[in-house]
Design a protein around this ligand. Structure first.
Ligand code: DLL
Length: 429
């Protein structure tokens, strides 16, 4: 089942659509956004030089700094009169990135999210509980309008209110819940405390996104809630949720290529990498009027796979994003990603799926402290457990963290709304 036939169109047909839309996008960006006009002029390029997606590599990248430098609306290609909605990225530092949509842009976004829902196995008869935050964050309204576009039922509860979420899952028999992966796990804990077993409820799918979810974490969500976990990806600068999603095969996220053109580049050199090789995802919008974006460096690390998917969709698949190029932690010359710590945390039944990493500097030396939580019913030997966890961490990270704290169940702050923070870097303070 697809929402519209483009998702499974022959690739030559898709390419024609992409090329036509790219030319239109480039023209719009050049004529209406001073930043792009200057960028083209500096590179000695004119819109006529970009005839097809193959010419994209001639263009410089657009970066997060470019958005910051043109805060709040300097990247817009239309007057505010034609913008009917604004949103903002959920960054925790600095100024947020303000993004805007014309009516046509919202229509594209609605359709992109509706495609995602259908790929996730959601149908018009389903009830979708939307636990993404409403407001400037694109998650809430983004998912909401996609559910309406599809003609399914949306419960606009938003983030937080967790006991009420559990009640509604039960009282309205929600088939699907959309939320961050960390919130899905928190929901399971609260349901446990309320004496409700979510696995006995009709809920069958969690559409999670907005933050990384490793495979072990997905398994945990699926087991604790008795659901299929479907990963949805997106970012405000490009549209919001709905850039890509897993289909029921759970084997990569289909990017809606007629709306968003993907490239993967080496994060250090900016050169394209081979298909299947990991690098930074770079996206170009192909159907956005208010905010056309050319070659945007997302910071998210992934690979692309143009192979055929068992679901019949021809749109390329990207791998689940488990890290960002700026997530990389470097301590004492060793590199690691928080997702590697997470994979270890999730291997142990004796600890809960929550952790935090604190980085400190003592003199000239960096220290890594990892804090994990014991499960409520833990009754074993602490020192034995600590030894086993440290051993696994050393194997996976190739160094032994300076400190491993085992704390009581519930001691690590949960996120009720928004994205969870795992890494606290105190080194610059
Ligand atoms: O988080 C949009 C969204 C809302 C996506 C709801 C999915 C569901 P921003 O606030 O602009 O937009 O943050 C975008 O979040 O560059 C990634 O680093 C991260 N991210 C989003 N989805 C995923 C995902 C929304 N499925 C930034 N897996 C992106 C991993 C994700 N990271």
């Amino acid at each position: 089942m697809v929402f519209d036939s483009t998702e499974a169109a022959p690739r030559e047909e898709l390419r024609e659509v992409q090329d036509g839309r790219l030319r239109e996008t480039v023209r719009n960006a050049y004529e209406n956004v001073e930043f792009y006009r200057e960028t083209f002029d500096e590179a000695g390029l004119s819109p006529a030089d970009i005839e097809s997606v193959e010419d994209l590599s001639k263009l410089p990248f657009t970066t997060k700094e470019d958005f910051r430098d043109h805060y709040p609306t300097g990247m817009f290609a239309v007057d505010m009169d034609d913008v009917i909605r604004v949103h903002a990225s959920s960054g925790t530092t600095g100024k947020p990135k303000i993004v805007g949509y014309t009516r046509e842009d919202l229509d594209v976004w609605n359709k992109a999210v509706a495609r995602c829902l259908v790929a996730a196995g959601v149908g018009p008869d389903d009830v979708v509980q939307n636990a993404y935050g409403y407001g400037l964050f694109t998650g809430g309204l983004g998912l909401h309008q996609g559910v309406e576009e599809l003609g399914a039922t949306v419960i606009p509860i938003g983030g937080g209110n967790t006991q009420r979420q559990v009640e509604l899952l039960s009282d309205l028999g929600s088939d699907v819940i959309a939320c961050t992966p960390s919130y899905a796990l928190y929901l399971a804990e609260v349901a446990d405390d309320m004496g409700v077993d979510i696995r006995d409820l009709p809920l069958r799918t969690v559409i999670f996104g907005a933050e990384p979810c490793t495979e072990p974490m997905r398994n945990e969500i699926e087991a604790r809630l008795g659901v299929t976990g479907i990963d949805i990806y997106g970012l405000s600068e490009i549209v919001g949720p709905g850039v890509s999603v897993e289909c029921e095969a759970q084997d990569g996220l289909h990017i809606w290529e007629d709306y968003f053109y993907p490239e993967v580049v080496d994060p250090n050199t900016g050169d394209p990498v081979e298909e299947g090789e990991e690098g930074e995802l770079v996206l170009t919008t192909l159907a956005k009027d208010a905010l056309p974006v050319l070659r945007y460096r997302t910071g998210d690390l992934t690979t692309l796979d143009y192979g055929t998917c068992e679901c019949g969709r021809t749109c390329v698949r990207m791998d689940n994003i488990t890290g960002r190029s700026d997530d990389l932690i470097i301590v004492r010359g060793v590199n690691f990603y928080p997702s590697e710590v997470e994979s270890v945390v999730l291997e142990f039944d004796e600890i809960a799926p929550h952790y935090r990493i604190d980085l400190r500097r003592e003199g000239n030396l960096d220290r890594v402290e990892i804090t994990v939580e014991l499960v409520e019913e833990f009754g074993g030997s602490l020192s034995d457990l600590e030894g086993r966890i440290q051993k696994r961490l050393s194997n996976v990270l190739s160094f032994t963290p300076d400190e491993l704290n085992l704390v009581e169940y519930g001691d690590i702050a949960r996120t009720e709304v928004g994205k969870v923070q795992r890494v606290y870097d105190h080194r610059g303070q």
